[in-house]
Design a protein around this ligand. Structure first.
Ligand code: ASP
Length: 439
């Protein structure tokens, strides 16, 4: 039988009624055997996630402030879920132990991981699945990186003994047994690791949106959902800030070519977005897969006659940035010009120093620094196959009265990147979306 691995995010497990939806989804398919659970998330806009309350209690305890009130709120969140699900089950002993740990100055990783731990216990009880503590199956190396070998071995052996199981997301253990968490949103990573370890047929990532959108909904009115996207296209769009899943969650499943399906717990009949290896991606008549961008970039453009013939020119320029610990984001070049695009905050205070050093070190003729740039990536596998795509892109921006300050084309052959002024950013996204999607 094929095995499906599911991960439910915080909003999907925020209260009893959400748990019921989760149970319906899981029970409707016997292949849905391994479920990774997040901590209870927000039930409404101003609500506070349990993980945030746990971090807060850690901070209070560190300052020797009273944690009774915040800890009561945490207990209430879980007890409410237990009550709404009519379970005769108590977490009181766990609460006591966790509170004691907080007061004894337990580590922030241990404390913040308890939301997943407790929520997974409730879900296991409710569904009648086995509970597997992530501390016993997910491992980190001494340097804090993920220990793939040990995890693979222990996790696959453990899962052999559990036909149906719930595993808390977000954490695992260090070689000495201490709890360690992934970065925020890390339950996505746990799900991906479980899926890849048992070679699942699919990794379903259940959240509160019906997939990844083709553009930012704060800029474009009701953008369409992306039905299929390749891992690489996703990487291009998420680099530009379009996120639907933790960036590090792509790698484990990508290696084993397991598709990820982003689904909506509140609308389970929606197909969501399929993230697949390029080879599995069907042909599409869609011109673009998505458009995304970010503001807050600066460009440093260096001009020097005959630069193209000067061996080591690029290296010397980049060395200066490296010395100042600034990583570059893009590197468009011309025959006698080279631009280095960086995040403005990393440059702003030392722009003059950098410019002096470049003049001195590579004997540049001219250096121009521009702040307030937005970078926009237009991603799509059909873009370069189609003759008029660049013409349409530039005409759309021209008609919207937007001046293009920079053009770059990723060597991945999947994208165009254009730089425009920060102020033009929303209008540019809208113009591109209208041209390629609404037409
Ligand atoms: N609960 C953790 C967080 O809020 C991890 C997760 O939800 O994936 O970041």
């Amino acid at each position: 039988m094929e095995i499906k691995v599911l991960k439910f995010g915080g909003t999907s497990l925020a209260d009893g009624s959400q748990f019921k939806k989760v149970a319906n989804i899981v029970r409707s398919d016997i292949q849905r055997r391994y479920i990774v659970a997040s901590a209870p998330g927000k039930r409404f806009n101003d609500d506070v996630k349990v993980t945030d309350m746990l971090y807060e209690s850690f901070k209070l305890a560190k300052n020797n402030d009273n944690i009774d009130e915040i800890f009561q709120k945490i207990e209430d969140r879980f007890n409410m879920i237990i009550h709404e699900l009519n379970l005769s089950f108590s977490l009181d002993n766990e609460f006591k132990k966790i509170k004691r740990e907080i007061l004894n100055h337990g580590t922030s990783d241990y404390i913040s991981s308890r939301g997943e731990y407790l929520n997974a216990m409730i879900l296991a009880e409710y569904l009648g699945f086995d509970f597997i503590d992530a501390a016993k199956v997910i491992f980190f190396n001494e340097d804090g990186s993920f220990d793939e070998d040990t995890t693979n071995k222990v996790l696959s052996n453990t899962l052999k003994n559990h036909e149906y199981a719930i595993i808390p997301g977000f954490y695992g253990s260090m070689p000495n047994g201490d709890i360690k968490t992934f970065s925020r949103g890390g339950s996505d990573i746990t799900g991906s690791i479980v899926a890849s370890t048992i070679n699942a047929s699919i990794y379903e990532n259940w959240t509160d949106v019906s997939g990844m959108l083709m553009a930012d909904p704060r800029i474009v009115d009701k953008p369409q959902v992306i039905d299929v996207i390749s891992y690489r296209e996703l990487r291009e769009l998420s680099y530009m800030g379009a996120t639907v899943i933790h960036e590090d969650a792509i790698f484990p499943v990508r290696k084993s070519a397991i598709p990820i399906n982003i689904r909506n717990t509140n609308r389970p009949s929606d197909n969501g977005t399929m993230i697949v290896p390029s080879t599995l991606r069907k042909d599409t008549d869609k011109m673009i897969t998505g458009v995304a961008g970010k503001t807050g970039f600066s460009s440093i453009t260096i001009e020097k006659a005959m630069m193209n013939q000067e061996l080591g020119f690029g290296r010397k320029v980049l060395e200066i940035f490296e010395r100042h610990k600034i990583s570059f984001q893009h590197l468009p070049t011309g025959i006698d010009t080279m631009s280095v695009i960086v995040d403005t905050p990393s440059l702003i205070d030392i722009a003059d120093d950098i410019s002096t050093e470049i003049y001195r070190y590579v004997k540049a003729d001219k250096i121009k620094i521009v702040h307030g740039l937005a970078m926009i990536a237009i991603v799509g596998r059909n873009l370069l196959k189609t003759k008029d795509s660049a013409a349409r892109l530039f005409t759309a921006l021209y008609k919207a009265d937007i001046n293009i300050q920079m053009i770059d084309q990723g060597s991945s052959e999947l994208n165009f990147i254009v730089g425009v002024a920060d102020d033009d950013y929303p209008a540019a996204i809208k113009a591109i979306y209208d041209e390629f999607v609404r037409k």
